[in-house]
Design a protein around this ligand. Structure first.
Ligand SMILES: [Ca+2]
Ligand SMILES: [Ca+2]
Ligand SMILES: [Ca+2]
Length: 606
């Protein structure tokens, strides 16, 4: 009997269907799964993904280690200022150290001053984790003690809230000791990992910043970008399991829905850029965050991002397109930033079947995925639903949105960069973006306004990046700035030819001028800029879209110009008529989407 069982046991795994977690985390549609199978070392190692979000829980399965068994989350900061504890010098009263705010005991005898402050559950009342110690209320406060050990300040946190820190261990900033904390009570343990950062100097301020992921969004996003063995399952990985993560919290739980303000976003972006320069490690920023923009492309934060990338081209910025579709011109801010990679969301056949129980003949765009218009966005699309890592307090792991498609592409950038770094091929943000766009495989049945270049394919993107880096001036060229007339765009300018004006038709008599110029890195020298030359062949995707020239070149920083117009056979159909002008120069190029909307009424007028 036992022999029989043994035989069965050996036999069963051979016939069992191999586990395929891509049903829940689709890393196959963008080619990541087979890419890593073919090149196991190009799995994002050597790259840090900065998740600007609601905070990442550093203690959940899937975010503990990288594929090379290093600590996954190397830094966790909060730029909202919502959980910064100010510590004040305490006086001794018997066993107690006392300030106006309260008292704490259990501090070892020391000659140097002791500083204490308090973290209050109350300040987290709009979040999912206001009950940090799981005792059923949100009224507790926990003492935080700062004392000097040698030349360094260390923190003791009264995790069980008993007013005594003799039962607690000392902490340095998370970036140094990488040890998260858990609050606890007699009723159990808190359901979230907390990290801290100490800012203290003898003469200056003494604060402890707590990073508390009070919303599951950021943890989910981090799992998609770079999870390794999610839910303890071998093979259940995000896109770049070798990449490390930096959690830069910008979602303020004091504001409804974890909304953010531009200021914390800017601080976090600056921090990521500074960290990149100081450590010399490539950083991919993921921002699954955004707001609707009244003035597309003109928002302050977008100029800020474009500037930052020009100043530090080793920083790649990926942004979610937004969930305001299916209408046109629904891409918000900062998704309209021209040097960011903006990602729309698709529903893949596999996810549709296994996460939603829907049978699809082909991938479809999610209706909610924000569309372009006057602004040439989104750049690409990727799967926008996944089962991914979440903090313990969250009861469902499946989220959908462009928030889920952006980290697919952030992960893809990490794969691409790890390949280029290991092959010693020079790159910068412009090479990464143009390679991903160039590798795009369009979804059938959608216009360029809806999906940009389509679904990026990593193997092809690596090939293209190698080609692009060999082209003259590649070391300074980030991309191309397209300017054209857009009557309904901000300042009547846009990066796509897009008309929705009644009674105007961009035909042969009303040709639309398009001008193009190169965008260089800030450090480019005058000589390098002057020496730039690119010759492009122009073509159109649709016979009704016409372009005035067949070739155009760009010399130096001078704008090149051409005209585009529509020449439909018969009456244009009502709704969106669209095509795209494609400019190619070997592996390099740019495109100009062209669309105009024919209202129903016009058609009736004949
Ligand atoms: Ca509590
Ligand atoms: Ca309590
Ligand atoms: Ca204690």
């Amino acid at each position: 009997m036992s022999k029989k069982l043994c035989v069965l046991f050996l036999f069963v795994p051979l016939v069992a269907i191999a586990e395929d977690f891509t049903s829940y985390m689709d890393t196959e549609t963008i080619g990541a799964k087979r890419f890593i199978q073919a090149h196991p070392n190009w799995d994002g190692r050597g790259v840090v993904i900065a998740v600007l979000d609601t905070g990442v829980d550093v203690g959940v399965m899937g975010l503990l280690k990288t594929s090379t068994q290093e600590t996954k989350v190397i830094e966790a900061r909060d730029f909202t200022g919502e959980n910064v504890v100010q510590c004040h010098e305490a006086r001794m009263e018997g066993d107690w150290f006392v300030t106006n705010e309260g008292r704490v005991k259990g501090i070892k005898k020391t000659d140097s001053p002791v500083f204490i402050g308090f973290l209050r559950e109350e300040t987290l009342k709009n979040s999912s984790v206001s009950d940090l110690n799981s005792d059923g209320d949100s009224k507790d406060r926990f003492a935080v003690v700062l004392v000097k050990q040698g030349a360094q300040y260390v923190a003791f946190v009264d995790l069980d809230g008993d007013g005594d820190v003799s039962d607690e261990s000392s902490h340095r900033s998370y970036a140094v000791d990488q040890r998260p904390l858990r609050f606890r009570s007699t009723m159990g343990e808190g359901k979230v990992s907390v990290t801290l950062t100490i800012t203290a100097s003898d003469a200056g301020e003494k604060t402890v910043e707590f990073h508390i992921p009070g919303n599951p969004h950021g943890t989910h996003v981090a799992g998609i970008a770079s999870g390794f063995e999610l839910f303890r399952q071998k093979g259940f990985n995000g896109v770049a399991p070798g990449a490390k993560v930096m959690s830069l919290k910008i979602g303020d739980t004091r504001l409804a829905g974890g909304a953010t303000v531009n200021e914390s976003m800017k601080k976090a972006l600056e921090y990521a850029s500074k960290w990149q320069r100081e450590h010399g490690v490539p950083v991919v920023v993921n921002m699954s965050y955004g707001i609707g923009s009244e003035m597309e492309g003109e928002a302050d934060i977008e100029r800020f991002i474009d500037n930052l990338v020009q100043e530090n081209p080793k920083l790649v910025v990926v942004v979610s397109a937004g969930n305001n579709g299916p209408g046109l011109s629904t891409v918000g801010s900062p998704a309209s930033s021209s040097l960011a990679i903006t990602v729309g969301a698709l529903l893949s056949k596999k996810n549709a079947k296994d996460l939603l129980g829907l049978s699809l003949d082909d991938h479809v765009l999610f209706p909610f995925s924000s569309r372009g218009g006057e602004i040439q966005k989104p750049d690409i699309v990727a799967p926008g639903i996944a089962s991914s890592s979440v903090p313990e307090y969250q009861t469902s792991e499946v989220f959908a949105g462009t928030s889920m498609s952006a980290p697919q592409v952030a992960g893809l950038c990490a794969l691409l960069i790890s390949a280029l770094e290991q092959e010693k091929i020079p790159w910068h943000a412009g090479v990464i973006k143009r390679a991903l766009i160039g590798s795009g495989k369009p979804l059938k049945g959608y216009s360029v306004f809806e999906q940009g270049a389509g679904i990026p394919q990593i193997e092809e993107a690596v090939r293209l990046a190698k080609e692009l880096s060999k082209m003259p001036s590649s070391e300074i060229l980030l991309g191309y700035q397209i300017k054209t007339t857009a009557p309904t765009g901000a300042g009547q300018k846009g990066s796509a030819v897009f008309f929705r004006t009644m009674g105007f038709f961009p035909d042969k008599e009303n040709q639309i001028k398009v001008s193009v110029k190169p965008v260089f890195i800030k450090d480019a020298k005058e000589e390098q800029k002057k020496g730039f030359f690119r010759d492009f062949g122009l073509s159109t995707s649709d016979s009704m879209v016409k372009v005035s020239k067949s070739r155009v070149y760009i010399k130096g920083e001078r704008e090149a110009e051409f005209e585009v117009f529509f020449e439909p056979k018969g009456t244009p159909r009502s709704g969106l008529n669209s095509g795209v002008v494609v400019a190619r120069s070997g592996p390099d190029g740019f495109s100009v989407p062209f669309g105009f909307i024919v209202p129903q009424e016009l058609k009736d007028d004949g």
